[in-house]
Design a protein around this ligand. Structure first.
Ligand code: F0G
Length: 456
């Protein structure tokens, strides 16, 4: 029997249907940067799975009962109950979103000159490490380097590289190890429990704190149940509890697996660290019982954390991503294998061999998806990750030219994803028609959000 979603659709929102002519004008007005497009000009928005999930009737019912007390509100205690059930961290704080959690935790852990080691730092995570004068160093496992390999846990951190760094001359400077589950910057691939256990023991041996970036903890847990020997009999909730238990704490954007429009969490075990986080939180985010979240979002998150671990929901979400992946590969577009759950990562470099890295194949494909079908997606290639030397007009390309098609939770039906696959299939029939791009204006910070480009 094919999996199906354990809900029906009760409230819908109309999506804009546009003509190619309108989209060409809109993209030109947006300086060929999809981040500048008004959503009213986007038909299927696969830019992100963050804060874009559909909320349930139960979440809205809980939100309606929110208690807006400044200190100790009922909504805070419901949030704590949901979080404590999963994490067992004695200290946890609500925060308005993941990057704020990063800032508050890291500024209480890291000192200038220290190093943060990760399977892959997400972009805001890297920025928050670097803003403290520390270094963010990625150690993805070797299997990730082969986009076509179907190894089940390509999100793992490279344990040999981790141990070498901890033992070597830089070891003294390592301030934290942060493992991102699932590894969004690394193709949305899951991390095995065996890898997390090994990180735990290395961090114990070298006396370094180990944190999770747990934005997609439920999807990681589900993929562990499906793929890792010895876990098939556990529920995703049981696996999630084990994963949180292995770490000294976590940051987690709850705009993903909290299925909420806004929210995040900091969890820690160390009472001294908790005190430092609390002072920073109160000074910059809000009192410790709301931390910048509105009471109705505390309620939505508390309910969302329960719904996201429903095996029927996770099974259906995995099946949606797998079906989408199958259609896209049948259409002749390769993806980072194996398909994860929150996104497909298209191999634009392979589809568009006529476009060199400095013509930005990922951006070219993302733009064409928009022009051809009103589909918005994010480039993850040389435009975003390449290194620019503007003095010499030189680009060091990114290792891969990818486009991420993120899949918002409970938001689009299979028919929407089939439509996107059809648009891609049309492009893949004659990829040589796809135009390349050049940069006309690139700000030094957070480049990809503000770039201006031109078609060549
Ligand atoms: N960590 C990971 C792994 C993320 O994917 C994100 C956000 C964050 C931290 C930051 O959380 O947005 O709540 O501040 N990812 C979104 C994305 C934006 O599209 O992948 P935030």
């Amino acid at each position: 029997m094919k999996p199906f979603p354990p809900y029906r659709i009760q409230v819908v929102k109309e999506i804009p249907i546009t003509t190619r002519q309108q989209r060409e004008e809109a993209l030109a007005r947006a300086a060929y940067n999809p981040f500048n497009l008004p959503a009213s000009m986007v038909t299927i928005d696969l830019l992100t799975d963050s804060g874009t999930g559909a909320v349930s009737a139960a979440q809205e019912a809980a939100a309606a009962q929110a208690d807006r007390s400044y200190a100790g509100s009922d909504s805070y205690y419901r949030f704590r109950e949901a979080v404590d059930d999963l994490t067992s961290y004695p200290y946890s704080f609500p925060v308005h979103q993941g990057r704020a959690a990063e800032r508050v935790l890291f500024s209480s852990v890291l000192k200038p000159g220290q190093i943060s080691l990760s399977n892959t730092h997400f972009d805001t995570t890297r920025a928050n490490v670097e803003l403290l004068g520390a270094e963010a160093r990625d150690l993805p496992c070797a299997e990730f380097g082969d986009l076509d390999s179907r190894e089940p846990f390509k999100g793992d951190i490279d344990l040999d590289a981790l141990e070498r760094t901890l033992r070597g001359p830089d070891g003294e400077r390592v301030g934290q190890v942060l493992v991102t589950i699932t590894n969004n910057g690394g193709g949305g691939q899951p991390v095995s429990m065996a890898n997390l256990r090994a990180v735990r023991s290395l961090c114990d041996r070298y006396g370094v704190p180990f944190f999770l970036d747990a934005a997609r903890f439920a999807e990681n847990s589900w993929l562990v149940v499906q793929r890792e020997p010895g876990y098939g009999h556990l529920t995703p909730r049981e696996v999630a509890r084990q994963a949180f238990a292995l770490a000294d704490g976590c940051v987690a954007s709850l705009k993903k697996d909290g299925i909420a429009p806004m929210g995040a969490l900091i969890g820690v075990r160390d009472p001294e660290l908790a005190k430092r986080c609390e002072v920073n939180l109160i000074a910059t985010e809000g009192f410790r019982t709301y931390g910048g979240m509105a009471a109705h979002d505390l309620e939505r998150v508390a309910q969302g954390l329960d719904e996201v671990l429903d095996p029927n929901y996770l099974r259906s979400r995995e099946a949606d991503a797998a079906h989408f992946a199958e259609l896209v590969t049948q259409a002749g577009v390769d993806i980072v294998q194996p398909a994860g759950m929150h996104a497909l990562y298209l191999n634009a470099g392979r589809l568009l061999p006529h476009i060199p890295p400095h013509g930005f194949p990922g951006h070219a494909l993302a733009s064409e998806l928009y022009l051809a079908g009103g589909v918005r997606a994010a480039e993850l290639g040389s435009l975003y990750l390449g290194e620019f030397d503007s003095d010499h007009n030189l680009l060091t390309p990114a290792p891969f030219e990818l486009v991420r098609l993120a899949i918002p939770r409970r938001t689009y039906t299979q028919a929407h994803l089939e439509y996107v696959a059809d648009v891609l299939a049309d492009i893949a029939k004659d990829p040589s028609r796809v135009a390349s791009y050049r940069i006309v204006d690139a700000p030094p910070l957070l480049r990809h959000f503000n770039l201006k480009l031109k078609q060549i």
